[in-house]
Design a protein around this ligand. Structure first.
Ligand code: MN3
Length: 212
């Protein structure tokens, strides 16, 4: 697995998220998940080749943690953009689905922040598309659990990291303040693209299932 380049410069999300935070978060934390994951996958392949199934299985938790960390951060970086490019939608499929779910975008953000601020310890808050309900839902995940592990029926739309390393340099221990501000750098356009793609994918899966 490779650490993708960020879709913006280190300082592009200032003053909401500092270049220093992104330098540490992307350049150290995310990079470490990728390096660990690659080493673990290599070790796992060696154990498999040696027929050591017990040792292969023993690596599963670490692979989930570091692999989840890699997946989650890839979505996180692309969930954000420069403040000047971040525009809360006033129409369109994402706007409509959020209003259907929570009455208004404001109502959605309040719900998201309240529930994400309350996550105990390290984890993530997620806006997801629920394939079974053809609707948006909110979910939380602990540690680096991939959201598709929490529920296989969801597709991530927006993911917010609430590990302390995501906000401590800029906000110290004030997680609610970090959450309040982050909506000013959310890439709503990217979120809408994900929603549209998720609906297409879900419709294709339903069609394929109906043919069986
Ligand atoms: Mn993180």
């Amino acid at each position: 697995m490779q650490l993708k380049q960020l879709p913006y410069e280190l300082g592009a999300l200032e003053p909401i998220m500092s270049g220093q935070t992104i330098d540490f978060h992307y350049g150290k934390h995310h990079r470490t998940y990728v390096n660990n994951l690659n080493n673990l996958l290599e070790q796992q392949a060696e154990f498999m080749a040696q027929g050591k199934l017990n040792k292969t299985i023993a690596l599963s938790n670490q692979i989930k943690f570091n692999g989840g960390g890699h997946l989650n951060h890839e979505i996180f970086w692309e969930s954000m953009c420069a403040q000047a490019d971040s525009a809360i939608p006033d129409s369109g499929p994402l706007h409509d689905a959020l209003v259907e779910g929570w009455g208004s975008i404001d109502g959605f953000i309040k719900m998201f922040n309240m529930r994400t601020a309350a996550i105990q310890g390290s984890g993530w808050g997620w806006l997801v598309y629920n394939k079974r309900k053809d609707a948006l839902s909110y979910r939380t995940a602990a540690n680096q659990d991939p959201i598709t592990d929490v529920s296989p029926y969801v597709v991530p739309i927006i993911g917010i990291d609430v590990w302390e390393h995501a906000y401590y340099i800029d906000y110290k221990n004030a997680r609610p303040k970090y959450l309040e501000n982050i909506w000013r750098i959310i890439n709503w356009q990217k979120a809408e693209e994900r929603l549209i793609a998720a609906r297409v994918e879900s419709a294709a899966e339903k069609e394929a299932a109906a043919k069986q």
